[in-house]
Design a protein around this ligand. Structure first.
Ligand code: PBG
Length: 307
């Protein structure tokens, strides 16, 4: 009667990995229970996820090395894997919200989210031009929301303007606004084979020691046209989620990232914690902190548990 926070299936967004091929399903070693699916098997999984009442998925393509280059040109190929997948999902289930990732790291040989110069420095504005092309390609394919996870400055405004000009004013933007340079992304980079080949992402992702800066990043993205703002990772950043919640009336999303999931899975497999209970407690804490939406690899398990 007095419980303040209720985790429901409506809060969940399920990140899913799609790869080339047919009849393929590979478990991701550092993310037990998470798979890369070829498109045919992904569609079966998507239908199941939709049946379970999950409203939205966040799609990440696994790009074969031969399709990667220094400028990530495969990212805006109209027949690229992500684009083909969006089209197929939209034909299968119209009611599912499909969210597509906008960032270059799965597509670049160097694994950075942007273009780089000969010294390895990220080139912000030229990157934004490529991200715009990527967002348009996804919109043409039928995506419902684009989710820029790259952390370049000014990309939300540039993408909003380009989508509107191309007639895609109904495509929303889920902005990875306060995205920290985090070691918790390790398993995700294993999943995509996208680990940076040199240096780190600290010149464009945020310093984990900073809090006020998150509000600055959020304010910029809101001014530029974000529809939902995100804090990422979630668990080590619950205070940031709370500050952002108090700062805006926009929906706030939080990303319960791969490393957070891996820790619970690993300890659960060892029998050191009760995996399901820790999973529910963790996700409830993210919602209690102020998140309206949670991207989590546990989405399907939670949906099954709540049924
Ligand atoms: C890259 C991207 C990352 C994640 C989502 N998009 C990794 C990174 O920034 O290196 C991480 C998600 C996770 O760890 O679950 N644009």
């Amino acid at each position: 009667m007095v419980q303040e926070t209720h985790l429901t299936v409506n809060d969940l967004i399920y990140p899913m990995f799609v790869m080339e091929g047919e009849g393929q399903k590979e478990e991701i070693t550092s993310m037990p229970g998470c798979y890369r699916y070829s498109l045919d098997l992904l569609l079966k999984e998507v239908a199941e996820v939709y049946e379970l009442g999950i409203n939205a998925i966040a799609l990440f393509p696994v790009v074969p090395f031969e399709k990667k280059d220094a400028t990530g040109s495969e990212s805006h190929n109209p027949d690229g894997l992500a684009q083909r997948t969006v089209k197929a999902i939209k034909q299968l289930v119209q009611g599912l919200v499909v969210i597509t990732d906008v960032a270059l790291d799965p597509f670049t040989t160097h694994g950075h989210d942007g273009l780089i110069d000969e010294h390895g420095t990220i080139l912000n504005d030229p990157t934004v031009e490529v991200l715009v092309k990527m967002a348009i390609a996804q919109a043409v394919a039928g995506t419902d929301m684009v989710a820029p996870s790259d952390m370049m400055d000014g990309r939300i405004g540039a993408i909003r303007k380009a989508l509107d000009a191309a007639g895609y004013m109904d495509v929303g933007i889920l902005a990875y606004s306060a995205k920290y340079a985090s070691a918790y992304y390790g398993p995700f980079r294993d999943a995509l084979g996208s680990a940076p080949q040199f240096g780190d992402k600290k010149t464009y992702q945020m310093d984990s020691a900073n809090s006020a800066e998150a509000l600055k990043e959020i304010a910029l993205d809101i001014a530029e046209g974000a529809d939902i703002v995100m804090v990422k990772p979630a668990l080590a950043y619950l205070d940031i989620i709370r500050r952002v919640r108090e700062h805006t009336n926009l929906p706030v999303a939080a990303y319960n990232v791969s490393g957070e999931c891996a820790m619970i899975k690993a300890a659960g497999q060892q029998g050191w914690i009760d995996e399901n209970k820790v999973m529910m407690e963790t996700l409830t804490s993210i919602k209690r902190a102020g998140a309206d939406l949670i991207l989590t690899y546990f989405a399907k398990e939670v949906a099954l548990l709540l049924k």
